[in-house]
Design a protein around this ligand. Structure first.
Ligand code: C2E
Ligand code: SIN
Ligand code: SIN
Ligand code: FE
Ligand code: FE
Length: 704
């Protein structure tokens, strides 16, 4: 079991310089049991910082000891409450049964619990209750505090934690024996020691640390952590106390310390904690195999590597020919992880040779670099820090870990860069530890194989597209890439708005991207005379042209695989119209309308037409984005599914990045679609305008 102290202050949070070392947040503990069940004890202001990057879905368990504000004030700021795929179990002392309603009624919480994005399940708890949470058990016991209070005992297979919440040890034997009973059998007790015997205030509901020491000795307790520090207690005082306690420790054998915000306490064999890490990695790699889309795989890897190394930022570059191309860019200080997604299309290209940047060096040599401070590189280094991203964004890179992805033949596929490993307590950059480097290396090695396989699959599709391109240079790879990307993002925005589970969305998105790239594959069977005709097609030519849908299906194999099936639906139906006036071949048969048209074809229709409008064709000039969007909006309910068109609005900004990432080559400058140049700085400022920040249910901005 791991216990994280998120808030150790009592009564009221402090924000003074002389309390910043031990921390100013009020009561909150995060508990990670052996089976990774996440339990939180108390919801003081320390809760705000608990799981600052929660996964997309999950279940949390929060146990409240009593209703005083220093044990509740953080509740509203618990991210999963505002995330659609989270369930938060809130365990309240039975006498607080009207608390949720009360919090809303008096305006502590702007919206009632039922209207939160996340699901909240209430449980009423009484002293003596024993609740199963995952494979752990939580027992409640009654403590002495004005208005009543519960303490909690958490057991997993290996260890027992006791958390008293607020408890007063009144003078006298009976009270000390009672406190000793709380502690009996625990491996660790986290207790309320707001006072010492000199400033103890009878009746205020808090204990003096000397009394806990006594109780711990009676209970034979091994480890005691003091919390609920008085707001007036300075770091200096607490440090002195801690020093005094360390001396006592030598005499009594009791491991006792003053709790500090951000501190992690590990119970059970330390070896077990070490062994768990590869298991978690393994689990993660299993999970990865469900994702087909290389971009999703890269996104997950980068997120995982950043989690393990606590990196504030990270990038992945992929080798494309002789260049390195920025494929992924995450940066917590500039935007949330989800917004970072936009950067999937931000383009930055560096030649590998004749470039002495750190990424180029790592790509060229296949040698990892772990740099504690990029401002002070080793003398005579063959590389230098390229600060162009920093300059563009105003970000300050300090520590940097760069790891190469290698294929089985020893060729570099790409480079992952992790930036600024943040100290968990002070949030300042520290060098990446050797352990972190090792974890990172395992990750990139395992993942290289995955990348190699997805490259093979992708290259298969590129092969088909290149074949088509010989025939029609304007219907080339960039066009296919763009239609694939627009379709994938449109689907993502739509699925998000409809609350589909993120794992399923990620999986489908990858398949859709690849399948949509093939939508016009049937054009290889159309004569050049028609395809490359400069002007309008005659009715006869249109009839021939329309057969590219059926031709495409006949070109695609009968492969029962998921992508082939998706691709066949898209190829056949991408010219259907929502109002039923489209086509699935040169004749009238097979026409569909509305939802009878497969969703993926309705999505691809929007992506295809948008791209056709803003691109140059033999028969037309490119339209501006504004004109294209304008036209398409008017076709909502006509040509296009109106519900999907609503989601297109959510990705308008993203469209610009897609066109920057996949530009048409060999097109006279005057005829390029106009692209709004957006600097990285302003990408960060896009904030929650896009669908990533949009909440389907409650429109208010909930967290700061
Ligand atoms: P495409 O060029 O990829 O265009 C795909 C779809 O985008 C078209 O499907 C149409 O729905 C839309 N689109 C493209 N350009 C315009 C435009 O200027 N105005 C409007 N309102 N919509 C546009 P559609 O019409 O079924 O055409 C399928 C394919 O047939 C086109 O694929 C293109 O390869 C060919 N095609 C269509 N019209 C002409 C033409 O007048 N001349 C030539 N040479 N080819 C044409
Ligand atoms: C950590 O989580 O403490 C760093 C990861 C590691 O040590 O490998
Ligand atoms: C969320 O609603 O997804 C988290 C809270 C926020 O971003 O404001
Ligand atoms: Fe088509
Ligand atoms: Fe097309």
């Amino acid at each position: 079991m791991d216990v994280l102290l998120k808030g150790v202050r009592g009564n009221i949070p402090t924000a003074t310089l002389d309390t910043s070392l031990y921390g100013g947040n009020t009561a909150c503990l995060e508990v990670y049991t052996k089976d990774e069940t996440r339990i939180i004890l108390d919801a003081g202001t320390g809760l705000r910082d608990a799981w600052s990057n929660p996964p997309d879905s999950g279940e949390a368990h929060i146990f409240i000891t009593h209703g005083h504000v220093d044990h509740l004030a953080g509740l509203w700021f618990f991210k999963p409450l505002h995330m659609p795929h989270w369930t938060t179990n809130l365990y309240l002392p039975a006498w607080l049964d009207n608390l949720p309603d009360f919090l809303h009624r008096v305006g502590f919480f702007p919206v009632p619990f039922e209207q939160l994005q996340g699901r909240v399940v209430f449980h009423l708890v009484q002293a003596g209750d024993r609740l199963a949470v995952g494979r752990a058990a939580v027992e409640a016991f009654a403590v002495r505090h004005p208005g009543g209070g519960l303490g909690y005992r958490v057991r997993d297979d290996h260890s027992v934690l006791v958390y008293t919440g607020d408890h007063e040890i009144e003078p006298g034997e009976a009270a000390r024996n009672e406190a000793a009973e709380f502690l009996r059998g625990a491996d660790l007790a986290v207790v309320d020691a707001q006072y010492n015997l000199a400033d103890y205030r009878p009746g205020f509901g808090h204990a003096a640390w000397e009394d806990w020491l006594e109780a711990a000795a009676r209970a034979g307790l091994g480890r005691l952590v003091l919390t609920h520090h008085d707001p007036a207690r300075s770091d200096h005082e607490l440090e002195n106390l801690d020093r005094a306690l360390q001396e006592l420790k030598g005499q009594s054998g009791l491991d006792i310390q003053v709790g500090q915000e951000g501190q992690r306490l590990t119970l059970g064999a330390p070896k077990a904690a070490l062994r768990r890490r590869p298991d978690r990695l393994f689990q993660f790699l299993e999970e990865l195999s469900a994702y087909r889309d290389e971009r999703v795989v890269l996104d997950r890897i980068l997120a995982k590597a950043r989690e393990i190394t606590r990196a504030d930022a990270g990038t992945i570059f992929l080798v494309e020919g002789d260049d390195l191309v920025l494929a992924y860019f995450h940066n917590d200080s500039l935007f949330t992880v989800d917004e970072a997604h936009r950067h999937a299309y931000y383009s930055l290209r560096l030649p590998i040779a004749k470039n002495n940047s750190i990424v180029s060096f790592v790509a060229a040599t296949g040698q990892p670099l772990n740099l504690p401070d990029v401002r002070a590189l080793p003398a005579g280094a063959a590389y230098r820090f390229n600060d162009s991203l920093d300059r563009r964004t105003g970000y300050a890179t300090i520590s940097l870990l760069a790891l190469p992805f290698m294929d089985s033949g020893g060729r570099t596929l790409g480079v992952m860069q992790l930036v600024n490993s943040l100290d968990p307590l002070y949030r300042v950059p520290r060098p990446f530890s050797l352990d972190m480097e090792r974890c990172g290396r395992v990750l990139v090695r395992e993942v290289s194989g995955r990348l190699e396989r997805s490259a093979v699959e992708r290259n298969g599709i590129y092969g088909i597209l290149r074949m088509a391109a010989v025939h029609d240079p304007f219907e080339t790879c960039p066009h296919a890439e763009r239609v694939g990307a627009i379709a994938a993002e449109l689907y993502h925005a739509w699925a998000y708005r409809h609350g589909h589970p993120p794992d399923i969305v990620r999986h489908n998105k990858g398949g859709l991207r690849l399948a949509a790239m093939l939508h016009d594959i049937g054009k290889v069977g159309i004569s050049d005379l028609i395809l490359k005709k400069k002007g309008r097609l005659t009715p006869e030519e249109i009839t021939v042209m329309r057969d590219h849908t059926r031709l495409g299906v006949s070109i695609l194999s009968d492969d029962p695989g998921e992508i082939s099936a998706l691709a066949r639906d898209i190829v056949l139906h991408h010219h259907q119209r929502w109002d039923g006036q489209g086509y699935a071949g040169s004749g009238d048969e097979g026409r569909l309308a509305g939802e009878a048209i497969p969703l993926e074809a309705r999505i691809t229709a929007i992506a295809d037409v948008f791209d056709a409008l803003v691109s140059r064709r033999y028969y037309k000039k490119p339209w501006t984005f504004a004109a294209a969007l304008d036209y398409m909006r008017r076709e909502a309910g006509g040509h296009f599914d109106p519900d999907l068109m609503a989601s297109l609005e959510d990705i308008v900004e993203l469209l610009h990045f897609i066109y920057e990432r996949f530009p048409d080559k060999d097109i006279p400058a005057g005829e390029r679609p106009e692209i709004t140049r957006t600097r990285l700085k302003s990408i960060g400022e896009l904030g929650s305008a896009g669908y990533w920040g949009r909440r389907p249910k409650t429109p208010q901005k909930i967290l700061d």
